[in-house]
Design a protein around this ligand. Structure first.
Ligand SMILES: [Zn+2]
Length: 159
């Protein structure tokens, strides 16, 4: 019985550690592929960032039950992209807290942020960035299919 109790205690401990490790936050600045990034909502409210390693998506922009704007990212999914695209994903989620739910507007706002803060400086960077984006699938939630999405983003970066 004592052994059983300690096995249960160890199991409980392991489970609680797993839960703790799967969701991290809130953070107000995170390192995205080597770049410290943070997010401010349209009303100047700092956006809290969480990591959720079980999120079935690169990231989501949503609101906490208390109304505070938050971003939830899955670092494992973010890490599958090149540095620039990973940073653009962060900027995209942040953009939703500034432009609303429209995916095409968020894409545009995000790339303009990357140009403004010097992440994208050369036409070649924009080109390889758009080639990678062109491989993304569209989605029923309003994401344009990759090639159209890439075209929209390049146009936004240039104007
Ligand atoms: Zn989006």
């Amino acid at each position: 019985m004592r052994i059983m109790t300690s096995i249960l205690a160890v199991t409980a401990l392991l489970c609680s550690q797993v839960t703790v490790a799967q969701i991290q936050g809130p953070m107000y600045q995170v390192n995205v592929s080597g770049l410290p990034m943070n997010c401010t909502a349209y009303n100047n409210q700092p956006v809290a960032i969480f990591f959720n390693y079980r999120l079935n998506n690169v990231g989501i922009a949503t609101n906490h039950s208390n109304g505070a704007p938050i971003i939830v990212l899955n670092p494992n999914v973010v890490g599958q992209f090149s540095n620039t695209v990973a940073q653009w994903w962060f900027a995209h989620e942040c953009a939703h807290h500034n432009t609303g739910p429209n995916e095409t507007k968020a894409d545009c706002y995000a790339v303009q942020q990357l140009v403004r803060n010097g992440v994208i400086r050369h036409p070649e960077q924009l080109l390889s960035f758009s080639r990678e984006l062109a491989t993304l699938p569209g989605s029923p939630m309003g994401h344009l299919p990759g090639p159209y999405r890439a075209k929209n983003i390049v146009n936004c970066a240039l104007y």
